[in-house]
Every structure is written in structure tokens, then in C-alpha cells.
Write a protein that binds this ligand. Structure first.
Ligand SMILES: CC(C)(COP(=O)(O)OP(=O)(O)OC[C@H]1O[C@@H](n2cnc3c(N)ncnc32)[C@H](O)[C@@H]1OP(=O)(O)O)[C@@H](O)C(=O)NCCC(=O)NCCS
Length: 239
């Protein structure tokens, strides 16, 4: 195997029993061809439907890395693994057509991707490259709640950019953990106040579904903003 077809993903963090992998999404024709060879017919059809090279690359490299990592963890052949999709598009794993108990989630942004794998579903990850040129307050007025908007308005320069993406990655990790995607408007809930102000971990309940408690972690680092969210076992279930 040539150097470029060595795995393009590697362990990044272990967090509360979940494994997070970093995926290198830089353009690389050999890797992309190798990734494509691992996808099943449905995935290949989806890959064809993407209009941009970049979207195709992100999808193929992340999906192939996810496949190999899940097969290792579940002890199955690549061809036995397939994916089903929830109401709002959240993927779940099947082996030979039967659902398996495992949690995973994928996020990509520019040249980097993250994959989280855990024992149970109800987990979401998000990664964001910090793009300074966007209209941060304009976008913030659509996706943030009142306290978050106030905090953003008070920040300036680099601090505003970091705050915008820190809040954004935490919100997206939560809506991906619950599986709702953007069917749940991010402005309908706010990040816990202590986390808005800089705490790296906290617990959270969605206002529309307060029965479940979620753990939220800000995993941001100088290269990118990132966050992880997962559902805590309910006290009454004894699990
Ligand atoms: C989930 C969502 C918020 C992710 O946004 P994004 O900017 O593409 O962000 P990311 O790169 O972080 O995540 C993409 C990955 O999240 C996963 N994903 C897709 N839908 C998801 C959902 N509802 N919940 C959790 N994860 C989801 C997929 O693995 C996807 O990667 P892939 O397509 O390469 O496999 C957004 O795509 C969304 O809202 N999707 C739902 C659309 C919808 O409601 N469809 C309705 C019916 S099909």
C-alpha cells in the first residue's frame, strides 16, 4: 500500500468512554478512490448526487473511515454493514440487515472531519472551521437565543469569531445527538449559561423535551471549534 492510501483517520480523543477519530479530508485522489471502493451501492449513488467535488470528497472519506472503524468495533465484514436513516436523516448501523446497538456520529467542515463511536445511540458531534469573514451577527440573530445574541454582540474581533463557533458547535452537537437536525430551530434553546461564558462541560435539557438530560462538552482547540453531546442514562431506568 502506498503512503497516501494509509488510513486518513486517526484517534483524536477518548471522552467519557466514547472514541473520537480525526479524519483528514485534504484532496487526495488515491484515498478518494480507495474510499469509494468501500461504499455500498446506495452510498455510491448518494456520492454521485453531490454537485461539488468537495462535498463528494467529504462524504466519501468520512463514510469510508466510519465503515472501517465500525466494522473493526463490531467485528463484521464491510459488505455486511449497511446504514438506515431516522426521520431527520440520522444514520444508524445494520449488520446483515439487522439493527445493532452502537452509537456514532460524523461531522465534516472543510479539510477536517470528526467521527465519534460509543456504546449507545443518542450521541452527536460537531466540528467547525472558524471562518472569520461571515456575517456572524446576522447569522447569530437567526440561530441564537436572546442571552447568546447579547453575548455575541458584546464580543469583538477574534473573540467574537471564537464565541460564534463555540456556541454553534455546541448547538449542532445537541441537535445531532437528539437526531432532529435543523427540523429543530437552534434558536429554540440556549446553551447553559455557564458554558456560554466559558465552562467546557455541563448538562442540558431541551425545553421541548425536558425528560432527557444531556451531557455537553466543548472540545474546541486552536485549529477548530468542536463539541460532543450525549444522552445521560435516565435515573429511573437503572441502566
Ligand atoms: C444534521 C444536520 C444538522 C448536519 O448538518 P451539516 O452542516 O451537514 O453538518 P455535519 O457535517 O456536522 O454533519 C453531517 C453528518 O451528520 C449526520 N447526520 C445527518 N442527519 C443527521 C441527523 N438528523 N442527526 C444527526 N446526525 C445526522 C450524517 O452522518 C452527516 O454526514 P454524511 O451525510 O456524510 O453521512 C443537517 O444536515 C440536517 O438538519 N439534516 C436533517 C435534514 C432533514 O431534516 N431531513 C428531513 C428528512 S430526510
Amino acid at each position: 500500500m502506498t503512503k497516501s492510501t494509509n488510513p486518513w483517520w486517526s484517534p483524536w480523543r477518548e471522552v467519557d468512554g466514547a472514541t473520537i477519530l480525526h479524519v483528514d479530508l485534504s484532496p487526495d485522489a488515491e484515498r478518494e478512490a480507495r474510499a469509494l471502493s468501500l461504499l455500498d451501492d446506495d452510498e455510491e449513488a448518494r456520492w454521485r448526487r453531490f454537485l461539488s467535488e468537495r462535498a463528494r470528497r467529504e462524504y466519501a472519506l468520512c463514510r469510508a473511515a466510519l465503515r472501517v472503524s465500525l466494522c473493526d468495533r463490531l467485528g463484521c465484514e464491510d459488505r455486511a454493514l449497511s446504514f438506515g436513516y431516522g426521520e431527520h436523516g440520522k444514520p444508524f448501523a445494520r449488520i446483515n440487515g439487522a439493527c445493532v446497538e452502537i452509537g456514532f456520529n460524523v461531522s465534516h467542515s472543510g479539510r477536517l472531519g470528526l467521527i465519534v463511536i460509543a456504546a449507545h445511540d443518542g450521541i452527536g458531534v460537531d466540528v467547525e472551521e472558524r471562518v472569520a469573514q461571515r456575517d456572524l451577527e446576522g447569522i447569530g440573530s437567526l440561530v441564537y437565543g436572546p442571552a447568546e445574541r447579547q453575548l455575541l454582540a458584546a464580543a469583538a474581533g477574534r473573540e467574537k469569531v471564537h464565541l460564534f463557533y463555540r456556541l454553534w458547535s455546541m448547538k449542532e452537537a445537541l441537535i445531532k445527538a437528539i437526531g432532529a437536525g435543523f427540523s429543530l430551530s437552534p434558536s429554540r434553546f440556549e446553551i447553559p449559561e455557564a458554558m456560554q461564558r466559558g465552562d467546557r462541560t455541563g448538562s442540558f435539557r431541551f425545553p421541548h423535551a425536558p425528560e432527557s438530560e444531556w451531557r455537553l462538552l466543548d472540545l474546541g482547540e486552536p485549529r477548530f471549534a468542536a463539541a460532543l453531546a450525549y444522552r445521560l442514562p435516565s435515573q429511573s431506568s437503572g441502566s
